[in-house]
Design a protein around this ligand. Structure first.
Ligand code: FUC
Length: 823
């Protein structure tokens, strides 16, 4: 496989198309000024630890996070014992179109809000130097995952390198001066959480506690929205800072470190919490965070800086370089600092390398925020500074956390999705209790918010007072998350994983759905109650309501889950009886319907939307990331999805625009997908709440405020423009926009165990290499006739929105590489 990638990257990447040049640029974000706000600072991380570097010469600020530091403790698994009694009257109210009563009863079936991701603290470095600052530069190199700050003052050149090492599990800050003895600074830490600072030998040590509860910002469930001091909840943490190397003098005093007359200094930071699993009290049954934090530093010993750095680069770049992507672009573009480059992009849109940078940044952020054995990437990855961050910085399951991981497998980062799988496994356990306690149902169910404690109940205040069911009462996170779980198997074919992890979780979700479905009175199965994430319809009474029966998104998700469960049980050759039940139910699910506007209906009835351009587009899950709708198999529904997207428009929050990139790619309209990609790259500095989307100068995605789903999600959108494999065929360049005339990509994965590399010129596939892990039948769809070296192809010509397409079938051998020639 290595050979495949090596061969493609050797293919000469220099050819001209107009003034656009296909030449790879160094993948880095760089600036001529320090960061003013969080949205200008640069993120580094190793999954568990994260840091945001501002690069300020005299007053350096680095925000710190540790992934397990959350408020709260294990969830109450029976938060609302009254809940089950309301299900029958709620269903009756819906049968009678009494939406008002239905909403009131829905509110009586809620539990409590999730907890919040807590910030660890800040590292502050007060650096003393003579004279004015000149030659200022800071960057973030995506391949080495190091943020560098450089400046000169008083005839001395100063540098700082910051990274978070996975092999050594520490945050590293390396400072130098070009003249001996000219490096002088003091370093200290601070935190927003209650903590005690002390020094222990030559280290400064911060011992603190997370809140036992932190309300979301949008509500206050008591007079004390942030609480401390519970005997079970509110985990402990420890942060340690140590001068590892110093060629000058070190003074350590209570609360600070002073470095004098040095020229080469390495600071290392270690942190740990008492988190001991989603179901254990982090206080009374917590881990020993002090020993953990200390051990990381002891293990590091006196390791030389260059060795720490080299081990870090080797580890990080090993993942990052699995995929290479290049587009012919304005050759001058990389010469501008990233903030100016983003500004220039607003008018001159030929900087396709900025689009490549955004794509690779999404991969960079995933490797930096999600490592096997750790916690899943939350709404801000792992970079957060508030005790009550936006939307609790939790796992929002009605789109956001799924989007975080959509592109993991296909861009060679399948290993990084393990924390999400573990989160789903945990939720399947709390969800089993919740299905029983809230609905008196088998299997497991989960609502639209979760956290490190695997909260799954519809959020609120356990029914009194109730919260708007429009967003609170959606409980389809089980089937939704099971798509991510199934995808892992679909890509790598790991039967052991399917048997021991994926299938039990998927089966549990399917058991709940099977019990939850009801007959619509005409022989079809529907859900009741239902909501279509977070939209409302205009009822027969002319008023806007959220709760109804049979929303399309529920049915699409359940259908998809059932299909995957059927496939999985066949692959494993188990559970024939259960499979038959699921097959029977699947066939009875209310079919997709086309509404009066030619759109795909969002609800069972052809209601009008209260907000026709609502940011959520969950009924199109069947188009993306699902697989029910396609140009060739379901052309009418395909056109209805298109109509829906046209009515929804191209605006919305960051994640909404990014999802639409993927959806337009699935509609095989590369130019429209590209239009949305451009709108995703709209410059913004909006830090408050709005629905305008866009990208900040540090290329973080804006909901606004900052929300990282758009960064991970754009990787999915662009990947889907270049390769699709959800229809049991591999479609090469299905939605290439006209402006991406020349380009190449290597290391993309397709479902079924394929590794694909492609080159295109003048908008047409010229060559591709396909490495197949498994033997079997392979279908490759292209927009032009192809040949495969040494293979006799069976080709069917089909009409599609792209004009003629060619469906090429052939038999592949395992562990074999195939060379495709286009044109
Ligand atoms: C959903 C969205 C919001 C935001 C929040 C975290 O509720 O509707 O736009 O993304 O999640």
């Amino acid at each position: 496989m290595k050979n495949v990638k090596a061969k493609l990257s050797l293919i000469v990447l220099m050819f001209l198309s107009g003034s656009l040049v296909l030449k790879s640029q160094t993948l880095k974000l760089w600036y001529k000024t320090p960061a003013e706000y969080f949205i200008n600072a640069l993120p580094v991380g190793n999954g568990r630890l994260a840091a945001m570097v501002y690069g300020r010469p005299a007053e350096e600020l680095i925000h710190l996070n540790e992934e397990t530091l959350w408020s709260g403790g294990p969830v109450n698994l029976n938060p609302n014992p009254e809940s089950p009694q309301y299900l029958a009257p709620l269903r009756k109210a819906l049968d009678e179109n009494n939406y008002e009563l239905a909403e009131q009863l829905s509110m009586k079936m809620q539990g409590y809000f999730t907890e919040s991701y807590s910030p660890l603290g800040d590292l502050l470095i007060h650096q003393k130097f003579e004279g004015e600052v000149s030659n200022y530069y800071r960057d973030l190199n995506l391949e080495s995952a190091i943020s560098t700050t450089r400046f000169s003052a008083g005839g001395v050149d100063y540098t700082r390198e910051v990274f978070v090492s996975y092999p050594d599990q520490v945050i590293v800050v390396h400072l130098t001066s070009s003249v001996k003895g000219k490096l002088n600074f003091s370093a200290g830490v601070k935190t927003l959480l209650p903590a005690m600072l002390k020094n222990e030998d030559s280290e400064i040590v911060l011992n603190g506690r997370a809140p036992s509860h932190a309300d979301p910002t949008y509500t206050k469930t008591s007079e004390m929205p942030v609480q401390y001091g519970d005997a079970c909840k509110g985990m402990r943490f420890q942060l340690r800072v140590k001068v590892l190397h110093n060629d000058g003098k070190t003074l350590v005093y209570n609360g600070g470190i002073e470095v004098q007359s040095a020229s080469d200094v390495t600071l290392v930071l270690s942190a740990a919490t008492s988190f001991n699993g989603y179901d254990k009290c982090p206080v009374s049954d917590g881990r020993d965070e002090k020993t953990l934090a200390k051990n990381y530093l002891e293990k590091l010993g006196n390791k030389p800086y260059e060795e720490i750095k080299n081990d870090h680069i080797k580890d990080f770049s090993g993942y990052f370089t699995r995929l290479k992507f290049n587009l012919a672009s304005d050759p001058e573009s990389g010469k501008l600092p990233t903030d100016e480059r983003l500004q220039k992009y607003q008018s001159a849109k030929s900087d396709h390398q900025l689009e490549v940078l955004l794509y690779q940044y999404g991969r960079y952020l995933l490797i930096s925020s999600s490592r096997p054995g750790g916690i899943a990437a939350n709404l801000q990855g792992k970079w957060s500074v508030d005790v009550r961050p936006p939307w609790s910085c939790n796992f929002t399951t009605n789109i956001n956390v799924e989007m975080n991981y959509w592109a993991a497998e296909k861009t060679g980062l399948g290993d990084m999705a393990e924390p999400l799988i573990q989160q789903v496994v945990n939720m399947s356990k709390t969800g089993t209790e919740m299905a029983k306690n809230l609905y008196n149902m088998p299997g497991w169910a989960a609502g639209h918010n979760s956290d490190i404690w695997a909260t799954v109940n519809p959020v609120g205040n356990a029914g009194s007072p109730g919260f708007n069911p429009q967003w609170s009462n959606w409980i389809m996170a089980g089937p939704w998350l099971c798509q991510n779980v199934w995808d892992k198997y679909a890509y790598d074919g790991d039967k052991q994983f399917l048997k021991t992890t994926a299938y039990p979780v998927m089966k549990g979700a399917a058991e709940f759905c099977l019990a939850w479905l009801v007959d619509d009175g005409k022989g079809h199965l529907i859900t009741s109650p239902t909501t279509s994430p977070e939209n409302r319809f205009i009822g027969e009474d002319g008023k806007a309501w959220a709760v109804s029966k049979g929303a399309t998104d529920d049915l699409a998700l359940i259908r998809n889950l059932f299909e995957n469960v059927i496939d999985a049980s066949k692959e494993l050759d188990i559970d024939q009886d259960f499979r038959s039940k699921i097959m029977e139910a699947k066939n009875k699910i209310l079919p997709y319907q086309i509404g009066k506007k030619g759109n795909l209906q969002e609800w069972m009835r052809d209601y009008d939307d209260s907000e026709p351009q609502h940011r959520h587009i969950s009924h199109l899950i069947c188009l993306h990331p699902g697989h029910d709708i396609s140009a060739n198999a379901t052309p009418e529904l395909f056109n209805a999805c298109k109509k829906t997207l046209e009515i929804r428009g191209d605006g919305g929050t960051g994640w909404s625009r990014v999802w639409k990139v993927a959806m337009w790619a699935r509609l095989l309209d590369g130019n429209h997908a590209y239009k949305l990609l451009q709108s995703d790259l709209e410059y913004t500095n909006e830090r408050g709440f709005s629905e305008t989307g866009g990208t900040y100068t540090n290329l973080f995605n804006a909901c606004p405020p900052f929300q990282i789903d758009g960064n991970y999600g754009i990787v999915e959108g662009i990947s889907e423009m270049l390769l699709q494999s959800h229809l049991k065929e591999i479609y090469l360049l299905p939605a290439l926009p006209d402006v991406w005339r020349n380009g190449s990509i290597s290391g993309l994965k397709a479902r079924g165990g394929y590794d694909v590399s492609m080159n295109w010129e003048n908008g047409k596939l010229t060559s591709a290499l396909m490495y197949c892990k498994n033997s079997g039948k392979c279908n490759v769809r292209t927009n032009l006739p192809i040949k495969i070296k040494g293979v006799k192809l069976k080709t069917e010509v089909q009409q599609s929105p792209n004009g003629k397409t060619y469906l090429n079938s052939f038999t592949v051998k395992s562990n074999t590489q195939y060379e495709i020639i286009g044109g």
